[in-house]
Design a protein around this ligand. Structure first.
Ligand code: SF4
Length: 390
């Protein structure tokens, strides 16, 4: 079963009130590769397009409230490390007005494009955390995924990061077609031997429209059988927790003091502000998404001072369903009393009696006021959560 989290603490150097500003997410939409499973908004890296993006980003950041004090800053994409050194330096300069002492500042980096000069720039800017997109140590699996790095890049770049960045999160993907349980064990062993501060371990998702999903549709790629995927997940939980990592969210494992504060704010449904094309913002019930259109993003900011955006007002039913979805992903679980206060009815009523059934099938564990996924429940988490939503 997932272990229990303790309450979030303010970062050293910050008072409790000062950490409550929304998190800031920056979407850098460039990649050198086209990974076959990826459905994030991204375009192929081009020098001039990256300069134009930074022009647009500068204008968008200028439009943010002057008193914004983001509790965390997360730079993702795409691949932020795909930017050239001078572009990365400019990006860091644009973000400097939002830096606060003790703040968590995360950059996603890729084992191929994260060179020493770029890592040194991140270090000098006080980046506290990197999310390192290793994914697997299998050379043929990396090729199948369309990644540009090889297994040899992982250890080399990890070493450069380890000496310069305080906290490293290591991404791994399991249930890769053609990769056995023994090979997954090798991936886990290799990752754990590096002793990253955090592990993000995801099963491969065949997102509709991606080259990999289409290859499955044509019968060219065979997904890992469900039973093997389940064994792989259980192996990841037992290997990571056995090595001292806290399993604090479905896909997240952390050494003490290294949980992702930025992601934790998402799971707690806190407000966050996203900038860059394709980035989401949630402020209370208002959710906006910058259009997934780099040229339109730059043009909109140059001509009107705002990027093209989609906007939706979330109803209470949607917020409640998100609450179930996000809280049950965490080791903290969901407070039944909190749910009743918020929804005006119990979760048992909300779910049409399915909560009791899931507890009696031992897919959910009830512990006083809290319900959490059991280890069995973790293997079918998406189905359970869907059953509880109205
Ligand atoms: S590097 Fe990341 S964002 Fe870019 S294509 Fe691959 S998975 Fe997608």
């Amino acid at each position: 079963m997932l272990s229990t989290m303790s309450p979030a603490q303010p970062a050293p150097g910050l008072g409790r009130d000062e950490v409550l500003g929304p998190g800031l997410y920056v979407h850098v939409p460039f990649c050198h590769s086209e990974c076959t499973y990826c459905d994030f908004y991204r375009v192929s890296y081009r020098d001039r397009a990256a300069d134009a993006f930074l022009d647009g980003l500068s204008l968008e950041l200028d439009g943010l409230p002057r008193d914004l004090r983001p509790r965390t800053v997360y730079v993702g994409g795409g691949t932020p490390s795909a930017l050239k050194v001078d572009q990365l330096e400019r990006l860091l300069g644009l973000l400097e007005p939002f830096w606060l002492p003790g703040q968590e500042r995360t950059f996603e980096v890729n084992p191929r494009s994260a060179t020493l000069p770029k890592i040194e720039l991140l270090q000098r800017a006080g980046v506290t955390r990197v999310s390192f997109g290793a994914q697997t140590f299998g050379a043929s699996a990396l090729r199948m995924l369309g990644r540009r790095h090889g297994p040899e890049d992982i250890g080399r770049v990890y070493g450069l990061l380890r000496e310069r960045i305080p906290s490293i999160s290591f991404d791994l993907i399991f249930a890769l077609p053609g990769r056995s349980l023994e090979e997954w064990d090798f991936d886990l062993t290799s990752a754990l031997a590096l002793r990253p501060d955090h592990l993000s371990i995801y099963s491969l998702i065949y997102e509709p429209g991606t080259p990999l999903a289409e290859a499955v549709g044509r019968g060219e790629v065979e997904p890992v059988p469900e039973g093997v995927e389940r064994e792989m997940l259980l192996l990841a939980v037992s290997r990571a927790t056995g090595a001292g990592y806290e399993h604090y969210e479905v896909s997240s494992y952390s050494l003490a003091g290294h949980r992702s504060r930025h992601n934790q704010a998402y799971w707690e449904q806190r407000d966050y502000i996203g900038v860059g094309p394709g980035a989401w913002t949630t402020l209370g019930s208002l959710r906006t998404m910058n259009a997934k259109d780099l040229d339109g993003y730059v043009r909109g900011l140059r001509e009107r001072g705002v990027p093209p955006r989609l906007e939706e007002r979330l109803g209470e039913a949607e917020r409640l369903n998100e609450h179930i979805l996000l809280r049950l992903r965490t080791a903290d679980g969901l407070s039944l009393r909190g749910f009743r206060e918020r929804a005006g009815r119990s979760l048992e009523e909300h779910s049409g009696g399915r909560l009791g059934q899931l507890v009696s099938r031992e897919l959910l564990a009830a512990d006083g006021d809290r319900i959490r996924l059991t280890l069995e429940g973790l293997c079918v988490a998406d189905r359970i959560i869907a059953e509880l939503m109205a």
